[in-house]
Write a protein that binds this ligand. Structure first.
Ligand code: FES
Length: 218
């Protein structure tokens, strides 16, 4: 009997310490606390800036020596997801020229976002055709990002670009806006670097297709 009583006491720990209902309350409370902690962790993760300088979404400082020559093939900056181009439509060649509806010269350096304005594919520069071409649905763009052929609905987007002095701090000039779109920037003398802010992007405008002027739209 004595051993039976001892077995009953130690085998029902819940009844001697806490009731089943209390135990379920504790489990429920612990679950709530765990979910709350997870939520708080997610909130902190969301609030922490996800882009450090040099990463996409931040700023990139590029030596002026890495800017391409005027109307030459663009330079690819893969980490920043942009192309640097150097434009002068007054010195036309196969890559860059002035269309009939472009009354003003297109001059300066621009940073072009590497994502197609149609459905977001990554396009590339096609040197044999002297233009950007998207592999997904065939959109084509001139060196400055203007649409040559659809289905792209607009010109390629651009990032804010600044001319920086050799102290890597002083901003000598920055791209201005026209129709809420960054114009190419003519680099002033003394420019040692260009800085591209990939956190500041402007959508390209919906100008007519260039192929319409050339009479060779597909
Ligand atoms: S995503 Fe580039 S043409 Fe469709």
């Amino acid at each position: 009997m004595a051993s039976q009583a001892a077995t009953a006491d130690t085998g029902s720990g819940l009844s001697s310490g806490i009731s089943r209902r209390e135990f379920l309350y504790y489990v429920w409370g612990a679950s709530i606390a765990l979910v709350s902690l997870q939520g708080a962790g997610l909130l902190v993760w969301f609030l922490i800036p996800r882009f450090r300088e040099g990463e996409f979404g931040g700023t990139f400082t590029v030596s002026v020596d890495d800017v391409p020559p005027i109307n030459a093939s663009p330079i690819n900056f893969a980490e920043g997801r942009f192309w640097l181009v150097n434009l002068d439509s007054t010195q036309p060649n196969d890559l860059m020229y002035q269309a009939e509806d472009e009354p003003n010269p297109i001059l300066g350096v621009a940073a072009i976002y590497k994502v197609c304005t149609h459905l977001g594919c990554i396009y590339s520069w096609t040197p044999t055709n002297n233009r950007f071409e998207c592999p997904c649905h065939g959109s084509k763009y001139r060196l400055d990002g203007r649409r040559v052929e659809s289905p792209a609905p607009r010109t390629l987007d651009r990032f804010l670009l600044q001319a920086i002095a050799d102290d890597e701090t002083t901003v000598l000039a920055e791209a201005t806006l026209s129709e809420d779109f960054y114009e190419p920037l003519v680099l002033p003398s003394g420019t040692a670097f260009v800085r591209v802010d990939t956190g500041s992007r402007k959508n390209g405008p919906s100008h007519p297709l260039l192929c319409e002027f050339q009479g060779n739209c597909p």
